[in-house]
Design a protein around this ligand. Structure first.
Ligand code: SF4
Length: 491
């Protein structure tokens, strides 16, 4: 698959016995490096002020001199960390450096934050910020932290977070530390991005993580997800939960199930991602009565297609051949890269064995966004001798942009917004293209339709400004106007 966007990973920890939490934050982020490789960072409270380390690229391995130094210098009992893939803000090296997180905001009263998501009412928030001085970064995190800080003046954390939840439209799963040494975490009222928490076997260290794999790697117990509109605080006084906004619905990003989350993660109060993906594969098989006659072998694009391929194999009995393998140390995710980088990464990342010579194959892949990745994969499969290539996508057809943190900003870049299955097959060089139905997809997640964000699949967004922007963009696109990227951020 081939997306790009700000699907970041966050992690925070608090130890009630006063022991250092850095090792736990480090490993929590290592397990979530798939959520962002543009930059990483850590922050903690040190002698009344915030200390932070941020850098570009993937998190280095534990024996790397930088990490060894961090293990020696980060000794606090409360800490947060972040891995970033940029969708908001600019992506030149200069701005990537400026936009790294965690982000320290404020002068006298300070707060440090890290977040996963994307804000929609950016123009309004940026205008507010400009009235008080120039922004330091191009990322949404500055807007969010300034809003929080503004609320903290003369008030408490609960009211400040309430101000964010009511004054900001968009997706935000946040971890942060106050100068009083509290660890806090909150999630937008629709709970668009994942966030869960858990604790150590001795019940002394609490951790909050984008995905449950961040808890698993530390051998922490999964407790629950942070509810949409909920704030959690850990401090010397203990742990506290506040449901600040109780919305009428939730709108969890459905793309997490198909692509972003690790297969061994639990989402939405304990739903196993790989079980859901297996069901996607069973659905694809059930929805195509011709499948068994059409193909000799099932092939998956690793790793997000693997579980679905297993499900398809279970239903049909067609052999599942692991003919496409990843080069283990080419780690960049194709979707979260620029288009030029993407082409190079796909070529280097996937290797196809010769076992496909003369065979008709069903290729199970998570999604198709722009089509360049699929085209490249198909070319490799043809070179390996595949006779017929039938593409099966677990994520239904993407028709509309995303405004909540996945890098699909315009209608024009989405192959599914302007082309049907037959045309797409021709454009990418496949013999046929099949999507899982929307109904099948929703059923497999075990969620109700109104509990998921399906904006990019249906053009119906869970927040009003995103809907308005999408409608205006569609109108302009259909009238032939050239799209300008992330219009809602352009001033
Ligand atoms: S629009 Fe699509 S990618 Fe964006 S949050 Fe909604 S489901 Fe996820």
């Amino acid at each position: 698959m081939e997306v790009s966007g700000e699907s970041c990973g966050v992690f925070g920890a608090f130890d009630f016995e006063g022991k250092e939490v850095f090792p736990c934050v480090y490993w929590g982020l290592v397990s979530q490096n798939h959520r962002g490789h543009h930059s990483y960072g850590f922050a903690e409270l040190r002698e009344g002020d915030f200390a932070a380390h941020r850098s570009l690229g993937l998190l280095p391995p534990v024996r790397h001199p930088v990490v060894r130094r961090l293990f020696r210098s980060f000794r606090g009992k409360v800490g947060i960390g972040h891995v970033r893939y940029a969708t908001s803000g600019r992506s030149t090296r200069y701005w990537l450096l400026r936009d790294m997180q965690p982000f320290v905001a404020g002068r006298e009263e300070k707060v440090v934050l890290a977040f996963n998501g994307n804000l929609v009412n950016v123009k309004e928030l940026r205008a507010e910020l400009k009235a008080r001085g120039l922004p330091r970064s191009s990322s949404d995190i500055e807007l969010l932290s300034r809003k929080l800080l503004q609320g903290l003046k003369g008030s408490d954390l609960v009211s400040a977070v309430e101000g964010c939840m009511k004054g900001i439209e968009g997706a935000f799963s946040v971890v942060g530390i106050t100068q009083r040494g509290e660890l806090f975490a909150f999630r937008d009222p629709l709970g668009i991005k994942p966030l869960c928490y858990g604790c150590s076997p001795n019940n002394q260290t609490f951790a909050v993580s984008s995905e449950s794999v961040g808890l698993d790697i530390n051998e922490f117990r999964y407790e629950a997800e942070v509810q949409p509109g909920e704030l959690l605080i850990w401090s010397e006084e203990g742990a506290r939960r506040e449901r600040i906004v109780k919305g009428e619905r939730r709108a969890f990003c459905s793309f997490e199930f198909a692509y972003f989350a690790r297969p061994d993660s639990l989402l939405c109060n304990g739903k196993s991602v790989y079980k859901v993906r297996e069901e996607f594969g069973r659905n694809l098989a059930r929805e195509d009565p011709e499948l068994e006659r059409r193909v000799d072998v099932i092939v998956s694009i690793p790793s997000t297609g693997d579980d679905a391929a297993y499900g398809m194999h279970e239903v049909t009995g067609i052999p599942w051949e692991r003919a496409v393998r990843r080069h283990r140390y080419v780690v960049d995710r194709a979707f979260i890269s620029s288009s030029e980088e993407r082409e190079k990464i796909i070529s280097k990342k996937l290797n196809v064995t010769e076992n496909l010579r003369g065979k008709r194959i069903a290729v199970v892949e998570d999604s198709i966004v722009r089509g360049d990745t699929s085209r490249r994969v198909i070319r490799k499969l043809r070179m390996a001798g595949a006779k017929e290539i039938h593409m099966y996508f677990t994520f239904p057809r993407i028709l509309s942009p995303c405004f909540y943190g996945i890098d699909m900003a315009t209608f024009g870049e989405l192959i599914g917004s302007t082309h049907g299955e037959e045309e797409i097959a021709r454009l990418i060089g496949a013999d046929s293209v099949h999507y899982q139905s929307l109904e099948g997809f929703v059923r497999a997640t075990g969620m109700r339709r109104d509990e998921l964000c399906l904006g990019c699949l249906t053009g119906e967004y869970p927040t009003p400004l995103a809907q308005r922007i999408a409608d205006e963009m569609r109108e302009r696109f259909e009238s032939g106007e050239v799209e300008r990227g992330r219009v809602y951020e352009v001033e």
